[in-house]
Design a protein around this ligand. Structure first.
Ligand code: NAD
Length: 406
């Protein structure tokens, strides 16, 4: 079962079998409030016209405006966006920020497009969606293959259409265009605070060996942050390949290598191997930071890490969760582990609305407080229910959403 939305509903069913929820709430939370599909025409550099399919799923806004990133990927479709929107609704509730959950996407491979074509597509997405988006309605952000520059083009387009130039319509903008300090690193930084808060409970040593799948925004900053804290990054992959070195990789040099060659492959002093095999690397902590449904029923028994921390959304299927649990490999769930991104996104929105600019130190102090508090709350709820962290996180989030819907 690798339809991400079916996986999300299976996770919901598992969590709600532990605690009594209102039946009407359970019936409603299985459906998004609104799904928008648009056709976005783009005149390409050669003069031809391509039409791309774009999406926005507004899942639940009981706790505040819809919030969630926009993904540009060739495999993006409405089912994937729906699952991601559902997880966003849970995630904003997990960290208890005044936001709901939504997600957007376009079925496109931006790696085959020029910068000018990507700008036209980004502005076209916002033009098509402007009537359902807004600082008090729905506030998008970056996700896979979307950058601060893309957020800036979209914010600019929204300003031209509506006259609202506060920037609060979208987060993850460049800092000099109203972005928040710390937003670039926030997802990984938040994950690191969660890791520190739960490390002993996860049975991990003070100095861990780490394997990371995906070397984009989440994966690269995770490598930098964990390495700076004295942990050893022993294997890393991206869509083109994987590399390993048991003695540890030099992360700064690797980031330079990736930015000049566009791949981690061929890094001097490391061994190249198949991209998918990074999941099976012997290590203390495995950090999936690429796409969903990577650890599944058919490969979960090959995972050799002592624990998994999900910076990606939905990387572990429910069947794989069971297999890992049976082998005492704890999984720190996405809706907690990667919630630092949406938390700092919400700080950015708040700063734009108030016309303020907070220092990076201020941002990280606030982020840490939230991530540590909610990590401990989830761990203790999971222990109380004698269940895993994912079910514990779902129960807490669903209770908060149910309360708001009442
Ligand atoms: P990104 O586009 O910056 O990076 C994605 C990385 O994954 C790239 O290095 C790409 O090469 C790699 N990748 C793609 N397919 C792969 C495969 N099959 N095997 C190995 N690597 C592969 O995206 P990102 O923003 O870092 O997002 C990564 C994950 O983190 C996604 O699941 C996303 O939803 C999640 N996430 C991101 C944020 C954020 O703030 N950026 C916040 C929360 C969650």
């Amino acid at each position: 079962m690798n339809n991400p939305f079916e996986n999300a509903l299976a996770q919901l069913e598992r969590a709600t079998s532990l605690v009594a929820f209102d039946e009407k709430f359970l019936a409603q939370i299985q459906h998004p409030n609104r799904q928008v599909r648009v056709s976005i025409p783009v005149v390409m550099d050669d003069g031809s016209l391509n039409v791309y399919e774009g999406y926005r799923v507004q899942y639940n806004n009981a706790r505040g405006p819809y919030k969630g990133g926009i993904r540009f990927h060739q495999d993006a479709d409405i089912e994937e966006v729906k699952a991601l929107a559902f997880w966003m609704a849970l995630k904003t509730a997990v960290v208890n920020i005044p936001m709901g959950g939504g997600k957007g996407g376009v079925t496109v491979n931006p790696k085959e497009m020029s910068e000018g074509e990507i700008e036209k597509l980004s502005r076209g997405w916002m033009r098509s969606m402007a009537e359902v988006i807004g600082p008090k309605k729905d506030v998008p952000a970056p996700d896979v293959n979307t950058t601060p520059q893309i957020m800036q083009w979209m914010a600019d387009e929204f300003g031209k259409i509506t006259g609202d130039t506060s920037g609060a319509v979208i987060t993850g903008k460049p800092v000099d265009a109203g972005g928040s300090e710390g937003r670039g690193t926030a997802t990984a930084q938040g994950g690191f605070y969660v890791f520190e808060a739960l490390r002993e409970q996860l049975g991990l040593p003070e100095q861990c060996s780490i394997a990371i799948q995906g070397f984009g925004n989440a994966g690269q900053f995770a490598a930098k942050i964990w390495a700076a804290a004295g942990h050893k990054i022993v294997a890393v992959s991206d869509s083109r390949g994987a590399i390993r070195n048991r003695d540890g990789l030099d992360v700064d040099e690797l980031i330079e290598h990736k930015s000049s060659t566009r791949s981690v492959s061929g890094f001097v002093g490391a061994e190249d191997f198949d991209s998918i095999d990074v999941l099976y690397e012997p290590c203390d902590l495995l950090i999936p930071a690429a796409l969903e449904s990577q650890i599944r029923e058919d490969n979960a028994d090959r995972v050799q890490a002592k624990a998994v921390l999900e910076l990606a959304n939905g990387p572990t299927t429910p069947e794989a969760d069971d297999l890992l649990l049976a082998r005492n490999i704890p999984v720190v769930p996405d809706i907690l582990a990667n919630a630092g991104g949406v938390t700092v996104s919400t700080f950015e929105w708040e700063q734009n609305l108030k016309g303020e600019h907070w220092s990076e130190e201020d941002v990280f102090v606030r982020l840490k407080e939230i991530m540590v508090r909610e990590s401990l709350a989830i761990a203790s709820r999971a222990a109380e229910l004698k269940t895993d962290l994912r079910r514990g996180a779902f129960v807490i989030a669903l209770e908060r959403i149910q309360e708001a819907m009442k």
